[in-house]
Design a protein. Structure first.
Length: 255
């Protein structure tokens, strides 16, 4: 039979596990995370400042939420399928890093936030977003063959991003939590600059020429595949949001 010491150890382990589970279910936002008052008729005005105020707080890692710093936002791997027009190539990325999102601002907000519903629609403006990644691609762009593998830098300037976030509020063991069920965004940059290194196995003439063609026709090229970027980045945003919303009691999200 187990000795009293063994039983005590087992109970202590059980207590520690219960505390760990409880702490993972109910967390608090960092003290500098901005909040708005639920039911405030000026909620939209408050959210104009609070949205990017919260995003800037997230430039610091939040280990209790299992969130790394969003400077940069890092996506371990992603694939963007070919378009229906100019771009007939699958783009595969690893260590896809997005810089400077926190330097953006909110241009407009429309929200419907109640005890049972969470809906936030807004337009964000991102001034200069840099993307750094490892890439691999093989296919055709503007009917021209393209292949390569290496580093890429993509710069998007003055990007308007309509962004919609929808969630439900449900009670779990007497405490309300929000769950974000849908995130949609639409990237609309004023300009995109591509710089793919090592195209055509590093050919010193073909690589720069292809980058020039991509940049001269950036709008047609980007618009043909941006749905893939929108879907991939919406999934990332949804995951980040739920890492917070599912762990902080709903009432504690507000003043």
């Amino acid at each position: 039979r187990d000795s009293r010491a063994d039983l005590l150890k087992r109970n202590m382990k059980l207590l520690s596990l219960c505390c760990l589970v409880a702490s993972s279910l109910a967390l608090q936002l960092p003290s500098d995370f901005p909040k708005c008052k639920l039911g405030d008729p000026k909620m939209n005005e408050c959210l104009m400042e609070a949205v990017f105020g919260g995003i800037r707080v997230m430039e610091k890692s939040m280990p209790e939420f299992q969130l790394e710093s969003i400077q940069p936002i890092t996506v371990p791997s992603m694939s963007i399928g070919g378009g229906t027009g100019a771009v007939q190539v699958v783009q595969r990325y690893k260590n896809f890093q997005i810089f400077n999102v926190a330097k953006g601002r909110t241009e407009s907000v429309d929200s419907s936030i109640t005890d049972r519903e969470f809906k936030l629609s807004m337009v964000m403006h991102l001034e200069d977003v840099d993307i750094m990644s490892q890439y691999k691609l093989n296919g055709s762009v503007l009917l021209l063959p393209i292949f390569g593998e290496g580093e890429v830098k993509i710069t998007m300037t003055n990007t308007k991003v309509p962004f919609e976030l929808i969630g439900e509020v449900a009670e779990k063991k007497g405490t309300k939590y929000a769950d974000i069920s849908s995130v949609k965004m639409d990237l609309n940059p004023a300009k995109v600059v591509f710089d793919f290194k090592n195209l055509f196995k590093g050919d010193p003439r073909l690589g720069p020429e292809m980058n020039n063609i991509l940049n001269e026709n950036w709008k047609e090229i980007f618009n043909d595949v941006k749905h893939g970027y929108n879907e991939a980045l919406s999934a990332v945003a949804k995951n980040i949001a739920n890492q917070i919303f599912r762990k902080v009691p709903y009432d504690d999200l507000f003043l």
